[in-house]
Design a binder for this molecule. Sequence first.
Ligand SMILES: Nc1nc2c(c(=O)[nH]1)N=C([C@H](O)[C@H](O)COP(=O)(O)OP(=O)(O)OP(=O)(O)O)CN2
Ligand SMILES: [Zn+2]
Length: 151
Amino acid sequence: MTRYAIITKEFTFEAAHHLPNHRGKCRRPHGHSYRLQISLRGPINQTPGESSDGMVMDFDDLKTIVNATILEQLSDSVPRGKEAQLVEHGGLDHNDLNALTGIRTTAENLVHWIWDALVAGGVPDTLLYRIRLWETEKGYVEITHAEREEL
Ligand SMILES: Nc1nc2c(c(=O)[nH]1)N=C([C@H](O)[C@H](O)COP(=O)(O)OP(=O)(O)OP(=O)(O)O)CN2
Ligand SMILES: [Zn+2]
């Protein structure tokens, strides 16, 4: 019998952003200590003798993928903003999110951008289960496949 599980790995990164035309303080450049949770749902590998026996994915592999795809560097297939060439190479960590991504960097838009970037970087869409992003300690956004659907 194939058993399934949901695994979650948590990451933190520091980044600057601003929200043009926001009615409050967030229209000015400022920074956040973002907290990011990536959850995958998939079958538990049942191959005795394999390193990943009993795992959906080795947490260490998930960490490597997330760092190489979005946090420490952007994989080549991830779309960048027009001003991305103006910021230092690297990923979301210690960077200017507006310039790097080219999107309006609300937490809502960022979680969809992160989902797209992980898929572009090779994470199967079917394996992604949920992404949560905390902008402050008290406020976070989450998406699952339901929020990815276009109505
Ligand atoms: N729905 C959203 N609302 C706001 C977003 C967002 O991404 N989605 N972003 C901001 C700003 O980026 C701002 O930096 C955060 O605003 P806010 O939570 O109001 O900031 P506080 O420092 O007051 O946060 P506390 O959690 O209360 O400490 C604004 N709104
Ligand atoms: Zn902000």
